[in-house]
Structures are given as C-alpha cells and as structure tokens.
Write a protein that binds this ligand. Structure first.
Ligand code: FES
Length: 59
C-alpha cells in the first residue's frame, strides 16, 4: 500500500459507482486498498512488498 500510495497513480480500485479509491486507514479496516496481488485479491496494506510482485488495480 505504501508503494502504491507513493506512486504517480495511487488508485487501488474503482468503486461500484465508478469513483477512484485509494489507501485510507492503512491498518486493514477500511478495505479501500483491495488489489489483485500475484493473482489473489488482497489488502495491499496488509501485504509486504517483494521483488517482482504483480500488482493490479481491482474493480
Ligand atoms: S488501507 Fe484500509 S484496509 Fe488497507
């Protein structure tokens, strides 16, 4: 989540209403950081960075 938040495009996903979402609480409560990481939907703020991670924005 920190890497995404510090990037040029900090969006983590798009809400059902089409609004861009990003990291909010940073501690696993708000669910705003749901992303597809290495093929699995996960909370970015609860996931440690590793080399060569595949991180995709979720709908
Ligand atoms: S930023 Fe709130 S759950 Fe990850």
């Amino acid at each position: 989540a920190a890497a995404v938040a510090g990037s040029a495009d900090p969006r983590t996903r798009t809400s059902c209403g089409g609004q861009p979402r990003t990291v909010f609480c940073g501690m696993g409560i708000c669910q705003e950081c749901r992303m597809t990481i290495d093929g699995r939907r996960q909370l970015a703020c609860q996931t440690l960075c590793r080399n060569a991670m595949q991180v995709e924005r979720s709908q």
